[in-house]
Design a protein around this ligand. Sequence first.
Ligand SMILES: NC(=O)c1ccc[n+]([C@@H]2O[C@H](COP(=O)([O-])OP(=O)(O)OC[C@H]3O[C@@H](n4cnc5c(N)ncnc54)[C@H](O)[C@@H]3O)[C@@H](O)[C@H]2O)c1
Length: 259
Amino acid sequence: MSEDGIERDGLKPGDVVVVTGGGGGFGRAFAKRFARAGARIAVWELNPESGAETERQVKALGGEARFFRVDLSKASDIEAAARETLAVFGAPYCLVNNASVYPRGEVLDLSPEAWDLTFRVNLTAPFLVVKAFGPAMIEKKRGVVINISSGRALEGAPKGANYAASKAALLSLTKSLALEWAKHRIRVNAIIPGQSLTAMPLENTSEAAMHAKAAVENPLGRVGYPEDMAGLAMFLASSDAAYMTGQGVAMNGGAVLAP
Ligand SMILES: NC(=O)c1ccc[n+]([C@@H]2O[C@H](COP(=O)([O-])OP(=O)(O)OC[C@H]3O[C@@H](n4cnc5c(N)ncnc54)[C@H](O)[C@@H]3O)[C@@H](O)[C@H]2O)c1
């Protein structure tokens, strides 16, 4: 109990954190940061090499982790992985909906299949993940959901209307779920990252070009890194964020500020 008599819940050692896309740039940083705080990590990932590597790196830190292979575009995979995760670890304290895809193309060139895949992975999967774990979390009357949106949700994306729209919808889902689950003492927030050094932007640009652009255009003069996002995720899961729900928090070096 704190000085003001308010009980503030937050991530505790032994709590379970599910990280989707846990083999990716941000996902691995989330897994390792939460593991350093004593959490047990369920690494949900499509890519078997990167998922197993995150498990290995968490264990190398002395943490506990297990890789679950899951294709988030398939509802049946999500249901099976949730059942397995619950059997192995029990109810999660924190869900990090982090995996996404970004098939690129102008609207006239985007196939309906690419549009559909984007929404299935970036929006429907977070919806199904929270549905799969919701009853177990509600029973515990504590928990945190962290959805990874994007600055593109607010700014749009040339050659990425699908991605931007899915990320805007994820922000909206964040707010509605926060309202529904406040009564269960489960907080729901989103991180809105700016351009950061991971595999995803490198599908479309080079590392040198990212650094050069950020040096000129970003108020803090650099790109983001997975560690930047992991620090914010840790805060959102902690008791310091106990009075925070339904928010989208940008971590972007001030990218939206006028130069
Ligand atoms: N890197 C950036 O500049 C940036 C900026 C804004 C938002 N984001 C968001 O951050 C999150 C993490 O992205 P990242 O930058 O670490 O990219 P990343 O490509 O390194 O990680 C994404 C991970 O999601 C996994 N994944 C993709 N489809 C999947 C599926 N069907 N099932 C299971 N896993 C699947 C990938 O295998 C990969 O490991 C994403 O939601 C992304 O949209 C990134």
